[in-house]
Design a binder for this molecule. Structure first.
Ligand SMILES: C[S@@+](CC[C@H](N)C(=O)[O-])C[C@H]1O[C@@H](n2cnc3c(N)ncnc32)[C@H](O)[C@@H]1O
Length: 158
């Protein structure tokens, strides 16, 4: 969803699921119910908390984890973006983030995307044990936050 070129040959997309042309029903009070097609076509199917990559493999890593935890698993939004457990989301997001730090090269960048719809981003920085160098400070409108970390600077020196 965030890629201008989803087939970019220089990028590797990892997700834990592969979905091809699944029909999902989007319902909203404003526009009623409509059918959408969902495609998730990762290059690598894997778990972001235990990535199948060597350390220091990439110049740039983008971490775009699920950000919802109060949502039914059949809701269209959960099917599209995935979801976190109601309780215990912190170690999942933290472990995924530190896996991104592990696989990015020293001097490389980890870009973190979050949406503050249900979980305030301050709680996320607390769960990570690290704060970005810079980024969006609060999620206005759609609640989206973009933040940049540099391996070897700020909190990412360990
Ligand atoms: C917000 S979406 C990412 C969208 C993606 N950046 C794009 O541009 O299409 C979050 C994704 O994380 C995946 N996910 C959730 N838990 C995961 C895990 N432990 N390992 C790998 N992927 C996971 C979900 O399947 C979901 O597709």
């Amino acid at each position: 969803m965030i890629w201008f070129d989803p087939d970019c040959p220089d990028a590797i997309f990892l997700d834990k699921r592969r979905v091809e042309g699944k029909r999902i029903w989007k319902s909203s009070a404003k526009s009623g119910t409509s059918v959408r097609h969902l495609d998730v076509r990762p290059d690598v199917v894997g778990d972001f908390t235990a990535m199948p990559f060597e350390e220091c493999s990439f110049d740039l890593v983008v971490f775009d984890p699920p950000h919802l935890r109060h949502v039914g698993e059949n809701a269209w939004i959960a099917q599209k973006y995935g979801s976190l457990p109601e309780k215990g989301w912190e170690p999942i997001v933290r472990d995924g983030f530190w896996e991104c730090v592990r696989v990015v090269k020293w001097g490389g960048t980890v870009v973190f995307k979050w949406s503050e719809v249900q979980i305030r981003v301050g709680l996320v920085w607390k769960a990570l044990g690290a704060r970005p160098l810079f980024g969006t400070r609060v999620g206005k409108n759609a609640g989206t936050i973009w933040a940049c970390f540099l391996k070897g600077a700020g909190d990412l020196v360990r």
